[in-house]
Design a binder for this molecule. Structure first.
Ligand code: SF4
Length: 196
């Protein structure tokens, strides 16, 4: 655990110094991610928004509140999950990150996954797919949601992935909450199975 913490904090320092793309101009705060370093579940979003940039914490605005409620509803304890984004700095006006920004930044998230060694990844929307499984980015979130319910059919470095909507998409289009609830029920059963 100490080794994990040391590697993690070294990585945080590297990100703090990063000027590899123009998004660093949105600082003072980048958003590294938060949660347990022993987490078995990692939730992967897109990029920080205004509230996240202000606080330096992931998913603290309205969509974050919704995400945390959904996680609590399936009883994954805080000690067993980690939340991060593909991109560490806020894109201007919350625009979607560009391909080059994703390709430049995703190495930090990959390193975080390598350190934490989760057993399940949850992709919150298409940007997570673009960052970690770019070979699947031509498929719709709807198709990937269904495919990922055959656990292991969608994976990153042999870690099974559950694909669902980004919580901000649920706020914009509430009818998708039905599908998201189904995805989280599936996640719950996969989590329980893993915990046996
Ligand atoms: S968004 Fe990522 S790659 Fe770009 S400056 Fe920030 S940490 Fe570096």
């Amino acid at each position: 655990m100490d080794d994990r913490l040391t590697r993690f904090e070294k990585l945080r320092q590297i990100v703090a110094q990063c000027r590899a793309c123009s998004l660093h101009t949105s600082r003072p705060h980048f958003v590294f991610g938060e949660g347990s370093l022993q987490a078995r579940v990692m939730f992967i979003g897109e990029a920080p928004g205004k509230d996240e940039q202000r606080t330096g914490r992931p998913f603290v605005g309205r969509s974050g509140k919704l995400l945390r409620q959904m996680i609590a509803a399936i009883e994954i304890p805080e000690t067993d999950y980690f939340i991060a984004n593909i991109i560490k700095d806020r894109p201007p006006n919350n625009r979607p990150p560009e391909k080059e920004e994703i390709e430049t930044c995703v190495k930090f998230l990959k390193k975080q996954i390598e350190i934490i060694e989760p057993k399940i990844l949850v992709f919150l929307g298409k940007t997570a797919v673009k960052g970690l499984c770019p070979n699947l980015a031509h498929l719709s979130v709807e198709i990937l949601r269904q495919q990922s319910k055959n656990l292991g059919m969608v994976s990153y470095m042999d870690i099974p992935v559950v694909v669902t909507y980004h919580p901000s998409a649920l706020l914009r289009t509430p009818y998708r909450k039905v599908g998201a609830a189904e995805d989280f029920r599936f996640l719950e059963s996969a989590y329980r199975e893993m915990a046996k």
